[in-house]
Structures are given as C-alpha cells and as structure tokens.
Design a protein around this ligand. Structure first.
Ligand code: HMN
Length: 288
C-alpha cells in the first residue's frame, strides 16, 4: 500500500438510461481521469454505488477499469459486503484481474461485534496476497481508536481510509500505529487537514470532477504551503457544499459530462439531473 499515495478519485460507476452498467462511459471516465493526472483509482466504493450492484456487476466494473487502466496507475478495489463469504469472492476476483490492493467497509446492518469485524478482515485478508486498506466511514459505522489499533495488527492490513471528521486521530494513528501504516484521508472537504495531520493520500468523490484543485492542494499541503492549500480547499469546498445540498453523486456525474466525460446516470433511488429543466437549474445555481 505504501506505493499508492496522492490523489485517488473514488471512481463513479456510469449507468445508462436503463440503469445498466455503461462500459463505454466507464472507459471514457477512466481515461479522462488518467489524462488529468490522478495518482490512482478507488473502484466500487460508496461513490461507485457498490451497494446498488450485484456481485457479478461489481466484478464486471472492476474488469473494465483494469482493462482500461492497463497498469498506468494503481487500483484499489473496494470489496466490502455484509458477508465474509461474498467479500472473499470479490477479493479473489480482484486479485485475479490485477488490482493492486483491497479495501473494505466493515460488515454493517446487523451491528456486528468487534470480534466479528476482526474476523471479517482477517478472513478476507488471508484469502489473497493483496494488502488491505480498512475503511472507516460513518455510513458503515465508525471504529474507535482502539479498534483501529486492533485492526492494524491483522496480517495484511497495511492502511486505513479515514473518512471520520476526528482528524486529530490521523496524527495519532501515525504516531501510535506507525508512520508506515498508510493513511488516506476520505473527507474531501477536510483534505487539507488530513494531509496536514499526516495522510499519505486522499480518496474521495469530488476528485472525479475537480481533480486538479486537489492535486495542487495535496502538493501544497505536503510542501507546507498552508496559504495555498487553504485557498484551494476553499475553491473545492464551494463546489462540494453546492453538490452536497443536492444529489451529490448525480451532480458529480453531470458536472463531468460538462467537461467532456459523460459519467452517465445513477441508479434509483438516487435520481439524476438529466431532464433539461433540472440540468439548466443545476447549471444556473452552479454558476451563481
Ligand atoms: C467511496 O467509498 O466512494 C468514498 O471514497 C467515499 C468518500 O470518502 C466520500 N464519503 C462518503 O461518501 C461518505 C467523500 O468523498 C464525500 O463524498 C465528501 O467528503 C463530501 O462529504
């Protein structure tokens, strides 16, 4: 995992107007992002609408991405699911098609115990030779600091995608677990503080549509240019909060289309901005 640093979009998954996976649009989006110099991709995560898809569809998305990337940048495959059995199947497939690393949310919905969550990560990580990046995100239930320490002991767990707002723990993870435990900051609106507290990379939804802002921000924050990083975060946040107040994944996809990489539709119940009236409204508000 230590080889994967910098700015990684949590890749959107384009669907067509009938909600089928759109391979052509997926390829366009991957190329668009590589041309814009992102450092890697995080595939079939929350932004990628993973939980809207069947396991077979998730595998197909990853296969198309791997085929289009052709080794140009590293790929982290998110294989999170509620059952260990299913995650292992996705993990083995990810290894087979050449993904560089795995990531997973903890099993959710039933409120699993810490022991069950530890066994989940232990079993998935043991099933392949790929490094695992555990995923700390409010949507799936946040880990406390002690749990993060416990997960870091598991063989093969080499890092964390940290999408909690308690950024002081980013520094603590680095100092108490180890500087080589790879940390990706996952809250785009706090990318600057994530990097300032020691993150090795940033993974997020908005790096699909405005990667340059965050590539420059990442470089500035790493170089200690706080003024520049803050100015860039302000630009990014205006766009982030605009989208968050609407329908973020759909807004991100549409704003990519305006830039020449049509990222297609979202699956219901997310909804879209495709009818002329809602698109014009979105554009007008965006300009304002
Ligand atoms: C993924 O799994 O798709 C992500 O990387 C998720 C990512 O961390 C986003 N968080 C959530 O969706 C909960 C952020 O990019 C988020 O969209 C952004 O910080 C705005 O709040």
């Amino acid at each position: 995992l230590s080889q994967i640093t910098g700015v990684l979009p949590a890749l959107v998954t384009p669907f067509d107007e009938n909600e089928a996976f759109d391979e052509g649009r997926m390829r366009t989006v991957v190329d668009f992002l590589i041309r814009r110099k992102v450092d890697g991709l995080y595939v079939t995560g929350s932004t990628g609408e993973a939980f809207m898809m069947s396991p077979e569809e998730r595998k197909r998305v990853l296969e198309v991405v791997m085929d289009e990337v052709k080794g140009r940048i590293p790929v982290i495959a998110h294989v999170g699911a509620i059952s260990t059995h299913l995650s292992i199947d996705l993990a083995r497939h990810a290894e087979k098609v050449g993904a560089d690393a795995l990531s997973s949310v903890p099993p959710f919905y039933w409120g699993f115990s810490q022991d069950q969550i530890v066994s989940y990560y232990t079993d998935i990580t043991a099933s392949t030779g790929l490094p695992m990046c555990v995923y700390n995100v409010p949507l799936a239930g946040l880990f406390g600091f002690d749990m993060i320490k416990r997960l870091a002991q598991i063989k093969g767990v080499e890092g964390i995608k940290y999408t909690a707002s308690t950024h002081h723990d980013i520094m603590r993870i680095k100092t108490e677990i180890g500087q080589d435990f790879v940390l990706y900051s996952g809250a785009d609106e706090m990318a600057m503080s994530g990097v300032a507290f020691g993150a090795d990379g940033i993974i997020g939804s908005f790096y699909n549509t405005i990667p340059e802002v965050f590539i420059d921000l990442f470089a500035a924050a790493k170089a200690g240019d706080i003024e520049k990083a803050r100015a860039l975060q302000e630009v990014g946040n205006a766009i982030i909060f605009f989208a968050l107040a609407r329908n973020p994944i759909a807004a991100i996809k549409r704003s990519m289309a305006w830039q020449g990489a049509d990222a297609g539709y979202c699956r219901k119940p997310f909804g879209n901005f495709y009818d002329a009236a809602s698109e014009e409204k979105l554009k007008a508000e965006f300009r304002a």
